[in-house]
Design a protein around this ligand. Structure first.
Ligand code: ADP
Ligand code: ZN
Ligand code: ZN
Length: 746
């Protein structure tokens, strides 16, 4: 009998594995990364399984593994199982799922870790020897004393901030008293930040009830029972975060770990701080994975988790793959957020993955939102998920008053240019300035003008690489495509008819900022969008200035829409609620409702009451009317009814299949071929759309065509698509992508 391991080679497009033996003295575990001989080269792969086997019967000899990438497995058994689930559900090779689960520096043929030179005392050195260092050697003595007191220290620090000379250290090395060695450096992005511990608050009855339900769920699992994921439907400001914090504390008390998913970017600084503060005493056990980390920092945080030094992980989407052992809780904050869906392969939905992982690793899953996704809400209605509610704001604070302003009427009053501020909003802002209160203005479009056009001939500046208009950014004086990033100088006259009367149509945050500076010339104004927040920590700094009331008006994109908590903000203005309402997307109405509710939720979170002014050209749209009345359930009911009628999610699963190519005909032809194959033998309970150009037919110079396949069962959908795809090959310049449960309809 011999130990035989199955290895999945990196880059494999199917799930074929190879068998190898294990050399004497090497111990190999499933999930480990190894080097293997493959034909005439050495390849890297992941060990899928390890078993004992009688190899004497084989009519060929198995080769031994060539080496280990590292001594510990990078993937836990739970993650391996999860990867196989993802691979079959999202129609992705398992190998690419493995890759997604690992931080980049650990994917190669060796784990790339940052090292530095460090100086330590050798065994030869005895403290008694200090006295022999006299006269000109006193400098060396100081180094020795320092190392005695502080232990090992980095060479760079010794010669840098501690001011010792390289020659003193060299002399000690020559005498054999000090040794210089390479050591792994762990970067802690928050090492410098001091956190004051925040004590748990006394929960109100609604919060206590939710915490209790999570506890019961954990107990039921302990007792071997099956439990459902728990939806915490709690209005904005109802204290959901406090519930998460205390639920995590309980998991930690039980000796377990926890993962908290938060949406991308902006939410992270403030939310992360709340977690770091609560767990200040065990700060080192908290790993934070946010998008601003460098690759190395991210890798270090991941290592901390892998080595079980960190037990609490807070991060965006991919944090769901953290190798936390012994999971006691998974929290998905703002579970409705679109950023949980990854829009490149593997196109997974992290919230759904959280539910699956909780199921596989037997831990409670808590999904929280003030505006649950209709998928989750429907699951709660159907008793697949357990529903808990928190319907009151903390201290019975009122929900903000929402006013709807009909911009069609306002536009009639405006003489020239776009109407940016309605009379009502302007007045409300003036009041806030007079009272020393703060205002947040929200507009989900960056740049100065949405596009530029010629009123004489109808010319519009389009991107030459995409089927979309270019946005004017005035400070840079460039037209920029928000799809591909292509930019060019704005024309001074119309390229078609030479007319000089080219106009800036529509507006973005940059233009709003300019208008605000004119209208409120005394106010302190800051803009938050990806253009204005380029510098590292700039967002964090701006938000802390805002908190310190050094800014009166904050204008921003979705970067400021969610999760922020500023007690002195009493007014929120939504400048154009219609952005996003008319895009071809089955979730457009839902997204608008969520956005309005979330943005509105930033107002009145302190002692003072909040007010929200919503400017819109479609004041009677259900998304706007239900948001106005803080009526999530009403919205969900009518929207679900419509989704049922049209066969949209959550009633049916969709697969979006797109063919793209720089050659228009090839993309179209490939897609039509694929469509024909899908149609042949289409199971009765499946529906297939006609092959059509994608809504964004050209993007990054590639033409895109698509079909959508629908069915109640995702598994059956996947099976049909897999069968068809396996039998088809496409020209090398055509890329076909398959998106299960798509969020963007292309
Ligand atoms: P949500 O996440 O539901 O929008 P938060 O968790 O941000 O709400 O809570 C809003 C505010 O109420 C925060 O300042 C939080 O510290 C405070 N808070 C939460 N729970 C309590 C409590 N039980 N007692 C007092 N204050 C609380
Ligand atoms: Zn023209
Ligand atoms: Zn473009």
């Amino acid at each position: 009998m011999e130990i035989v391991v199955q290895v999945l080679v990196d880059g494999a497009s199917d799930d074929l594995t190879f068998s190898y033996t294990v050399p004497e003295g090497m111990s190999i575990l499933a999930g480990q990364r190894v080097r293997i001989p493959l034909r005439n080269r050495t390849a890297i792969g992941t060990v899928i399984s390890v078993k004992e086997q009688d190899t004497s019967q084989l009519n060929y000899r198995l080769k031994p593994i060539a080496g280990q990438v590292s001594e510990d497995p990078f993937l836990t058994p739970g993650l391996m199982e999860l990867a196989s689930w993802i691979s079959s559900f999202y129609l992705t090779p398992i190998e690419s799922v493995f890759r997604t689960m690992l931080p980049k520096p650990s994917r190669g043929d060796s784990e790339k870790r940052k090292t530095e030179k460090a100086v330590a005392l050798s065994d030869k050195f005895k403290p008694a020897e200090l006295d022999s260092f006299t006269g000109r050697q006193v400098k060396q003595r100081e180094v020795l004393e320092f190392l005695l007191a502080n232990g090992v220290e980095s060479l760079a620090k010794l010669t840098g901030e501690h001011g010792f000379s390289r020659s003193s250290i060299k002399a000690l090395e020559d005498k054999g008293f000090a040794v210089i060695k390479e050591r792994v450096v762990t970067r802690d992005p928050l090492a410098e930040v001091e956190y004051v511990e925040s004590k748990p608050l006394t929960l109100n009855p609604e919060q206590a009830e939710v915490l209790e339900r999570v506890q019961q769920s954990a107990k039921a699992i302990e007792a071997g029972g099956k439990v459902k994921p728990i939806l915490l439907y709690g209005v904005t400001g109802s204290g959901k975060t406090e519930v998460y914090l205390q639920a995590i504390q309980k998991a930690i008390d039980e000796g377990k770990g926890a993962i908290v998913l938060v949406p991308e970017i902006a939410l992270t600084p403030q939310t992360a701080d709340r977690f770091k503060k609560r767990f200040a005493k065990i700060k080192d056990q908290v790993a934070i994975l946010h998008s601003n980390l460098s690759e190395g920092e991210r890798h270090d945080e991941w290592r901390k988790v892998l080595e079980q030094k960190a037990r609490i992980v807070i991060g965006a989407r991919s944090a769901i793959f953290s190798p936390v052992a012994n999971l006691g809780l998974i929290v998905v904050d703002e579970e409705h957020e679109n950023s949980y869906k990854q829009d490149i392969s593997p196109r997974y939905q992290a919230r759904d993955i959280a539910v699956v992982r909780g199921h596989l690793e037997k831990c409670p899953v808590l999904l929280g939102s003030a505006t649950p996704s209709l998928e989750t809400w429907n699951n709660a209605q159907n008793d697949k998920y357990e529903l808990t509610r928190m319907s009151q704001r903390i201290d019975d604070r009122k929900m903000p008053l929402i006013r709807i302003i009909d911009m069609r009427q306002e536009a009639r009053k405006t003489q020239s240019g776009p109407t940016i501020l309605s009379h009502k909003l302007r007045q409300a802002m003036e009041e806030r300035l007079a009272n020393g209160e703060q205002t947040i203005l929200f507009l989900n479009r960056r740049g100065f003008a949405k596009n530029i056009l010629c009123p004489e001939c109808g010319y519009v500046a389009n991107c030459r690489h995409c089927s979309t208009t270019m946005t004017l950014h005035r400070k840079e004086d460039r037209l920029i495509c928000h799809i591909c990033g292509f930019s060019q100088l704005p024309p001074r006259s119309c390229p078609e008819c030479s007319s000089k009367s080219i106009v800036n149509a529509g507006y973005g945050t940059e233009r709003v900022e300019e208008v605000l500076r004119q209208v409120f010339d005394r106010a302190r104004i800051a803009r938050v969008d990806t253009d204005a927040m380029r510098r590292k920590n700039q967002l964090r700094d701006t938000l802390s200035e805002f908190r310190a009331k050094k800014i009166d008006i904050l204008i921003g994109t979705q970067m400021i829409a969610k999760g922020l908590h500023f007690p002195n903000v009493t007014l929120v203005g939504i400048l154009n609620a219609d952005v996003g309402l008319h895009i071809p997307d089955i979730r457009a109405g839902e997204r608008t409702f969520q956005l309005l509710t979330q943005v509105a939720g930033r107002a009145g979170r302190g002692e003072l009451e909040g007010e929200v002014v919503v400017q819109t050209y479609t004041p009677h749209h259900p998304s706007i009317q239900f948001a106005r009345h803080h009526d999530f359930e009403g919205f969900a009911e009518q929207e679900l009814q419509m989704r049922r009628q049209f066969g949209h999610p959550p009633y049916l699963h969709l697969v979006l299949i797109t063919a793209r190519s720089v050659h228009q005909q090839r993309a179209e032809f490939s897609l039509k071929t694929l469509h024909a194959r899908l149609a042949k033998g289409l199971p009765e309970d499946m529906r297939l759309t006609e092959p059509l150009p994608s809504p964004l037919v050209k993007s990054h110079d590639q033409w895109r065509y698509q079909v959508i396949l629908k069915a109640t069962s995702a598994r059956k959908l996947a099976a049909h698509v897999r069968k068809v795809m396996n039998d088809l090959t496409f020209p090398s310049d055509v890329i076909v992508t398959v998106d299960m449960d798509p969020y963007s309809m292309g």
